[in-house]
Design a protein. Structure first.
Length: 357
């Protein structure tokens, strides 16, 4: 079937694509981003977020993959992404929504609000004790909106490339300083979409081959200016938590762009990965269970502390206790992945497996 008239010319296959058609550089970046997210929630220190802006990287990877799918069929692209995204959320909801109601939720919202656990166009409601679970769902909400907007954003990008990348960065500070009369929940959705839309659109630029047309020294220079400028701003304008990019969405957006530009521009050969079978298997596992790990890792972290206290890991001193809590967290997360991760196989129309390695 011929490509649609609006589609960009097909780029030659990069050297980092394996025999199954998977971009192993993308797989490695996604695996690193998932590991960084888990580490940050276990050890919430600002330098982890600054060392590797995982959320911006994941949105950029999503934008690149979405552009390829939209060129084939916009409707099927949106439907396919939702099919891969939502079943894992539904399983989480099947566990936690009844638990929240049974354990007591006096001020729970009206029943229509619970539909957000089925289609998360905004962050689903949750009781106070479940906030570690619901607190990570902003990513799925933002991802969902960017998927839905992708056909429009891709068309705009191909008509005005640079303007489409820069538009969210212009709109974000304007929105942050404007009065929003429709409630905090919708305001948070718009802020998150604007924060990461530029990274998503840079994924389009990668897929269309536009980034490869720019010399790497130019990309590197823009990256240095963006990251240095964002860091300089948060250092001179600290937020409630001190020097933390998370407190300043415009700075976080620009900092993420600085990293994304370089990471998408690179296309290293990945032969070394396939030769290291254990590392290759770990990358494959993290990619095949990325949604499950993201949705459930805070559950494992939260449960690890009372379990560690019950096991008296604190008697070994602060350092060894941290090691003990971390080991329990990883053990719980592995158990969760084994027991519920197969949902991602069904969503991707693959044969269900306990560990897809």
């Amino acid at each position: 079937m011929p490509a649609p008239a609006h589609a960009a010319p097909a780029a030659p296959a990069p050297s980092n694509v394996d025999t199954k058609g998977r971009d192993r550089w993308f797989d490695l970046l996604r695996a690193a981003a998932i590991v960084r997210v888990v580490l940050f929630h276990m050890f919430p220190v600002a330098w982890l977020g600054m060392g590797f802006p995982a959320m911006g990287v994941m949105f950029a990877l999503g934008g690149s993959l979405m552009a390829r799918s939209v060129d084939r069929s916009a409707t099927r692209a949106v439907r396919g992404r939702l099919r891969r995204l939502l079943p894992a959320l539904w399983l989480l909801a099947a566990v936690f929504v009844p638990a929240m109601l049974v354990l007591g939720w006096d001020d729970h919202p009206q029943w229509p609000a619970f539909l957000l656990w089925l289609v998360p166009v905004a962050e689903p409601p949750a009781t106070a004790w479940a906030e570690p679970v619901s607190g990570v769902l902003w990513y799925l909400v933002t991802y969902l909106w960017l998927v839905l907007l992708s056909p429009l954003l891709l068309a705009l990008y191909r008509k005005a490339r640079l303007a489409t990348v820069l538009a969210p960065l212009v709109l974000l500070p304007l929105f942050d300083h404007a009065a929003w009369p429709f409630g905090d929940r919708s305001a948070s959705v718009i802020e998150d979409v604007l924060t990461f839309a530029a990274c998503w659109i840079l994924g389009f630029a990668h897929r269309d081959g536009d980034l490869r047309k720019v010399r790497f020294p130019v990309i590197l220079a823009v990256s240095i200016v963006a990251t240095a400028g964002a860091v300089g701003w948060v250092v001179t304008h600290p937020g409630e938590n001190g020097i933390d990019l998370g407190d300043n969405p415009p700075a976080y957006a620009i900092y993420s762009i600085g990293f994304v530009l370089v990471l998408l521009r690179l296309a290293p050969k990945m032969d070394w990965l396939t030769k290291r079978h254990r590392t290759d298997a770990a990358v494959t596992l993290l990619n095949s269970r990325a949604v499950t790990i993201y949705l459930w890792h805070n559950v494992a972290i939260t449960a690890a502390f009372p379990l560690g206290d019950w096991l008296h890991v604190w008697v070994f001193g602060d350092v060894l206790a941290e090691v003990g809590y971390t080991a329990i967290t990883l053990w719980l997360l592995v158990l969760i992945v084994i027991h519920v991760g197969w949902v991602e196989d069904l969503a991707a129309k693959r044969r269900p497996r306990l560990l897809p390695v």
